[in-house]
Design a protein around this ligand. Structure first.
Ligand code: AP5
Ligand code: MG
Length: 225
């Protein structure tokens, strides 16, 4: 079963997905992380993806679908028997997918194998969204997420977990963020109505502490179990 975590840039999709992995046994797939891996490769595709991301635009739907479908199949293989066997069903959180109606339709073509339980919308004031992303640093090694003011590492520029170096993302600059917000409103917000009509929408106030937001998400997951 699949939970979709959505929301504007900086809403907390990555942070809350990590909590689902740590506390509730989810597998996580972040399309942003997958594309950042792709962008690091010294290939023509890597260079194209990096340029698109740094501008704050969307990468092509077909590529995203291939990444997501392959990732879900990998999780299912690792879980055993198509993800449906055993005592505990496979639980996956998709961080940042789908982001438009076309992607949502593509995902629904996999619903026999991977049904969507909830579209969890993390609601945040747009100014907060920018200040969260501008202050973010991430571990270059394990991808742990920090914020210079609200969630700083114990040692400057070092990951508390693995000691890796903290870096700023290339797209966490104001111009790119404003573009990401504009595209979010135009392309992603229509998914709210899409999932509401399908009775999958859950809205969570993300303008609260990480723990308060997670408590609401956890309650949803426990209700569905
Ligand atoms: P992606 O990496 O997904 O970026 P995004 O959607 O802009 O979201 P962010 O990662 O910026 O924010 P987040 O919600 O994960 O917040 P976080 O938890 O880090 O995508 C990047 C790019 O890849 C896209 O622009 C596009 O180019 C491409 N892409 C990805 N998916 C795609 C798709 N499906 N289709 C096409 N293109 C795609 O938190 C942010 C900060 O706030 C952190 O510093 C954190 O510590 C802090 N924080 C989190 N929660 C709280 C809280 N409750 N209180 C205080 N601080 C908090
Ligand atoms: Mg993220």
């Amino acid at each position: 079963m699949i939970y979709l975590l959505s929301g504007a840039p900086g809403a907390g999709k990555g942070t809350q997905s990590d909590m689902l992995v740590e506390h509730l046994g989810f597998r996580k797939m972040s399309t942003g992380d997958a594309l950042r891996d792709c962008a690091k490769e010294a290939t023509e595709l890597g260079a194209r993806v990096a340029a698109i991301m740094n501008k704050g635009e969307f990468v092509a739907d077909d590529l995203l679908f291939d990444i997501v479908a392959a990732g879900l199949d990998k999780f299912a293989r690792e879980h055993g028997n198509g993800g449906n066997s055993g005592d505990a069903p496979l639980k996956v959180v998709l961080d940042g997918y789908p982001r438009n109606i076309n992607q949502a339709e593509a995902l629904s073509s996999l619903s026999d194998k991977y049904p969507v339980m909830r579209y969890v919308l993390l609601q945040i004031d747009h100014e907060h969204s920018i200040s969260r992303a501008v202050g973010r640093v991430i571990c270059g090694a394990c991808r742990a997420i920090y914020h210079r003011d609200t969630n700083p590492p114990q040692q400057e520029n070092r990951c508390d977990g693995c000691g890796g170096q903290l870096v700023q993302r290339g797209d966490d600059v104001r111009a790119s963020l404003e573009k990401r917000l504009t595209i979010y409103k135009r392309e992603t917000e229509p998914l709210i109505a899409y999932y509401r009509e399908r009775d999958k929408l859950a809205e969570v106030n993300a303008d609260r502490s990480v723990e308060q937001v997670f408590a609401d998400i956890k309650e949803l997951v426990l209700q569905d179990a």
